[in-house]
Design a binder for this molecule. Structure first.
Ligand code: ATP
Ligand code: MG
Length: 554
């Protein structure tokens, strides 16, 4: 697609421009810091496009850093999927992949530095007591009775924690800041806790793990990050970010900037909820085409260019808002309208017998794209028996119905004009066959006697067409903000997937995984990357031809 050429501008880029102009920085270094506890979603794509996009446009660097301080929830499967998704989106990280766990030794050293400076202490309050002592937004917290231990005692207890001599939950290391601070994050935050868990990178080397707020700023500084970009909910944490860096011996002072996270209607973006959908088999895995994950969107048929374009169009601000699904869909529609070859597929077939056609199949040449001759053409077999869409035929209809009606004519796309002569039904009254005649003078031209045939419908040869499973998707939830529901599982759309047994033109047997097509009149589809094979074709509908999300009555 023609991704809009102009560089985006936003408040973060303005800050960078100013920092470069003033000489505060001479180059830009960003990072994308996912926690490997789930697959990436479209919200992460916003952050990826922002961080890697800045590095690209300013000839700077962007690290991929796994923020892996939480051994219980993390997994190597997620690490692999994240790398894969970042690359697929079109980005390459600078240098080696970084892991916060690479810095566990250094982080431990900085914790000891804080203890030595009287700025950290080992607390023995239970998590419940700690909550109680923390106070509220309107009330100052109370000091823990363990707050004023000597440096020696703190060093000794922290060493015991490290050596596995302390049970989980019995002790933690806290920064000694201000229990009366209006910023709750500064009320002596925990910076280390005991966890007897095997880590996917460090194995069983550690049984104490640093907390996010302590780890993140130090990792940024160790990597020489200049602009540390995160989402708005970390605004208050910036105080702690700066406090840690101000109080340890490190000669780099990255700055944190916050932007609003992406929210998208009719879906959820919390990894906890996405995880629940997967583990409770409410969807078919992280890459289910209904999921807002990068791998789900990819399998659904979204291109990486369309996702980058989406991120460009939504922009980067500090205002919280929720984006309509239709803006994401219009990006992929614009891309595929330009770039997807056309093909014919019948999703709900009914048989048509053209009684005055005899002989062998006639190969018709059909253009692959109506406005792009450079995309070439293909051969489509026209045969005595074809399938059309069941909804494209009616026994009776008024003039507005521009498809096939009993006793009337319609054009088969790229082929001839046919006329419905009579029908056959089964015992239940379902139409089983439509008997037609065709006018063999109408290939590529109007009927000679001036008869007007307005309607054009798509079709597939019954003899040579290939059966295919066609999966149609609807929104995964029935309400615009499922995350706000008491139980988001209860608002899952039971009709988010419907499976059709269709027939596709024979040329589609060649489609490799993820290959996109516009099925004439039916939407944009792609070959399913997991389940499709030459023996059994499976297509996913990426998006309809038009916006079906437009609100009725608006
Ligand atoms: P969780 O859902 O577990 O709280 P998270 O969404 O913050 O986690 P991370 O793996 O920590 O997930 O995110 C990596 C980066 O992606 C962070 O910098 C985060 O700010 C950013 N990010 C996550 N979700 C969004 C979103 N919806 N919009 C924009 N950026 C996001
Ligand atoms: Mg996070």
């Amino acid at each position: 697609m023609s991704e809009s050429e102009a560089r985006p501008t936003n408040f973060i880029r303005q800050i960078i421009d100013a920092d470069l102009a003033s000489g505060k920085h001479t180059s830009v270094h960003t990072r994308f810091p996912p926690e490997p506890n789930g697959y990436l979603h479209i919200g992460h794509a916003k952050s990826i496009c922002l961080n890697f996009g800045i590095a690209q446009d300013y000839q700077g660097q962007c690290n991929l850093r796994f923020d892996d301080t939480n051994p219980e929830k993390e997994d190597i499967e997620y690490v692999e999927s994240i790398k894969n998704d970042v690359n697929w989106l079109g980005f390459e990280w600078s240098g080696e992949i970084c892991y916060s766990s690479n810095y566990f030794d250094k982080l431990h050293g900085f914790a000891i530095e804080l203890i030595n400076k009287g700025l950290a202490y080992v607390d023995e309050l239970s998590p419940e007591q700690m909550r109680e002592y923390r106070g509220t937004l309107t009330e100052a917290g109370k000091h823990s009775p363990y707050r004023d231990r000597s440096v020696e005692e703190n060093l000794e207890l922290f060493e015991k924690m490290k050596n596995g001599e302390i049970e989980e939950g019995k002790m933690s290391l806290r920064a000694k800041i201000d229990m009366a601070s209006p910023f709750m994050v500064l009320r002596d935050p925990v910076i280390y806790r005991v966890r007897f868990a095997t880590h996917h990178q460090t194995g069983d080397k550690w049984c104490i793990y640093p907390m996010y707020d302590f780890t993140h700023c130090i990792s940024d500084a160790l990597e020489g990050i200049t602009h540390s970009i995160c989402t708005l909910e970390f605004m208050d944490n910036r105080r702690l970010y700066d406090w840690v860096l101000d109080n340890i011996t490190i000669d780099c002072q990255p700055r944190q900037y916050e932007f609003s996270r992406l929210n998208l209607e009719y879906t959820v973006m919390s990894k906890r909820k996405l995880n629940q959908l997967v583990t409770e088999n409410l969807v078919n895995g992280w890459d289910d085409p209904r999921m807002p994950t990068i791998s789900g969107l990819r399998r659904r048929g979204f291109t990486s260019a369309s996702i980058r374009e989406f991120c460009k169009r939504i922009g980067v601000t500090k205002q919280d808002n929720t984006i309509e699904m239709s803006s994401l869909e219009s990006c992929i529609r614009d891309d595929l309208n330009e770039n997807a070859p056309r093909a014919m597929a019948v999703l709900d077939p009914v048989k048509v017998v053209i009684e005055n056609f005899d002989g062998d199949a006639e190969m018709l040449e059909v253009a692959n794209h109506p406005n792009k001759p450079e995309m070439g053409s293909r051969q489509v077999p026209f045969t005595r028996e074809v399938y059309i869409e069941r909804e494209d035929f009616r026994e009776e209809a008024n003039k507005k119905y521009k498809r096939l009606v009993l006793g009337k004519e319609v054009r088969l796309r790229g082929a001839y004009v046919i006329k419905a002569e009579r029908i056959e039904k089964d015992e239940e009254g379902n139409i089983t066959t439509i008997f037609c005649s065709y006018d063999n003078e109408t290939l590529g031209k109007n009927p000679a006697d001036g008869r007007k045939v307005k309607g054009v419908i798509h079709w597939v040869s019954a003899e040579q067409g290939i059966p295919a499973e066609i999966r149609l998707y609807d929104r995964l939830f029935t309400v615009p903000n499922p995350g706000a529901a008491d139980d988001f599982v209860s608002v899952i759309n039971p009709e988010s997937l419907s499976v059709m047994n269709g027939v596709v033109e024979p040329s589609l047997i060649e489609g490799e995984a993820e290959k996109a097509f516009q099925f004439e009149r039916m939407g944009y589809f792609c070959v399913d990357s997991k389940d499709s094979s030459k023996e059994k074709l499976v297509f996913n509908r990426t998006v309809g031809l038009r916006d079906t999300w437009a609100k009725i009555g608006d």
